[in-house]
Design a protein around this ligand. Structure first.
Ligand code: ZN
Length: 446
């Protein structure tokens, strides 16, 4: 069907603005407020929804468009909760949903209420034209992603697994366009790093603060933190990152193309990385090529004049596919070689997750992008953090992070808005995402 896309854009803006006005910051979450907004949008079109409350006011919403061929479902996933704000740091109130100069403002405008509206609009357009998909298309909005998903996807898996059965999942974490040479490169997020959170405990001799001695655990810990933060783990090549780096290098002229390819060369990788001009891309490239170790929490001492006998620091370690907690502990011992009287404990761990980048859905995404942007090229990418996609990948579904946004020069600006102050999205990106996704669904489920 030929839609009036200007009208679709207006409607998407109105709906996102309304959705952003529901304060679903987590903690405490209160996703029910956002779920009810979405429920009203869906029910107004005659679609039946199911609202599932995992805890008081923690809402999850499901709406199913029945498929005719009985193929395993495709889920359109996003999370309703958002991270908290420092409201006094914002130029416009974070829960206003203000529309100004072609942008919609509010916490969640990027992460990831806009995806919720992009998916909703594509879903509604299919419904309005009487489209009959070959498989169920399930619109799924969940709670608690920002705190790990315990009361969202985690809870649904345990209590209502029938709603999560899917062969394919489209979720947050990819789709951003970058201008690279003559091409517009769009990412499809096919993999996410895992976590291995560590606690390092240091022991020493207690004593009076007025009498220095050589066995102070705080001093040992300071040395350890210094070494960990200076340490760069060796390059670990993996499928997704290799395709990502090569895909970008291919669009560059020599010698830049050669230079970028050296990110995959164990001898030159770190030197090349340091010379990447865009800080957003530099940080990301470094983190998808190796395991990372970032000291974050330190605890020790009670009183200025008491040398404690014990202190600890926590390290946020992010791991690549195939890396185990045992290998990570080994790596840290290696970094701290020569230091004594410490123990390493693994506080929490989750493996990295990866979906293959070759199947009909991936190809449909690439095709839809190219039909709307002739300069488009899509490459798989790895997220340095984690999303709810990991739950689905671990159960055998193919999950992709895909919310197409128009190409930008620098990643840094986009990255600074996610979880940052003054989060907003352009009206054009909202429409572009909707149009691409609508096309993907028509093609893939038609
Ligand atoms: Zn998110």
């Amino acid at each position: 069907m030929n839609f009036d896309w200007e009208r679709v854009q207006e409607e998407a803006v109105e709906k996102l603005s309304r959705y952003l006005q529901a304060d679903t910051s987590n903690p405490p979450g209160k996703e029910m407020a956002g779920a009810r907004v979405l429920q009203r949008f869906l029910e107004k079109e005659g679609l039946a929804t199911t609202l599932l409350e995992s805890q008081p006011e923690r809402g999850n919403l499901v709406c199913r468009m029945k498929g005719k061929d009985g193929l395993a479902p495709l889920i359109l996933l996003h999370h309703i909760d958002v991270v908290p704000v420092e409201a006094d740091q914002w130029e416009h109130p974070p829960y206003s949903g203000a529309v100004l100069d072609g942008e919609i403002w509010g916490r969640g405008a990027q992460d990831c209420k806009s995806l919720g509206i992009v998916e909703l609009m594509a879903f509604l357009l299919l419904k309005r034209e009487g489209f009959q998909p070959n498989r169920d298309i399930v619109y799924l909005a969940t709670a608690d992603e920002e705190a790990g998903g315990k009361w969202g996807v985690g809870w649904l898996l345990e209590n209502h697994p029938q709603f999560l059965r899917a062969e394919y999942v489209i979720n947050e974490g990819g789709g951003v366009g970058m201008i690279v040479g003559p091409k517009h490169i769009y990412t499809c997020q096919t993999a996410e790093k895992g976590i291995c959170w560590l606690k390092l405990t240091f022991k020493g001799k207690p004593g009076h603060g007025s009498v220095p001695h050589g066995d102070n655990c705080v001093v040992k810990m300071a040395k350890a933190i210094e070494r960990i933060s200076a340490y760069r783990s060796p390059l670990r090549r993996n499928r997704t990152t290799e395709r990502f780096i090569k895909g970008i290098a291919e669009e560059q002229a020599f010698p830049r193309s050669w230079f970028i390819r050296q990110l995959l060369n164990p001898l030159l990788s770190q030197k090349v990385e340091k010379r990447i001009p865009d800080p957003g891309f530099r940080g990301m490239a470094g983190a998808i090529l190796r395991n990372t170790f970032v000291p974050t929490v330190v605890q020790g001492g009670q009183k200025t004049n008491v040398i404690p006998s014990e202190c600890s620091c926590q390290v946020d370690c992010r791991i690549l596919p195939g890396v185990t907690p045992e290998e990570i502990k080994e790596e840290v011992h290696h970094v701290l070689f020569g230091l004594r009287d410490y123990e390493i404990e693994v506080l929490q761990t989750a493996p990295a997750s990866e979906s293959p980048a070759e199947n009909p859905l991936y190809r449909a995404m690439e095709k839809a992008l190219k039909s709307l942007d002739p300069k488009a090229k899509m490459i798989p990418t790895m997220l340095t953090g984690a999303t709810d996609s990991r739950y689905f990948r671990n159960r055998g579904s193919v999950a992709y992070g895909f919310q197409p946004m128009m190409p930008m020069d620098k990643l840094s600006e986009y990255l600074s808005r996610v979880h940052g102050h003054n989060e907003r999205i352009s009206v054009k990106d909202l429409l572009f995402g909707t149009r691409v996704l609508y096309q993907v669904l028509k093609d893939f489920c038609g």
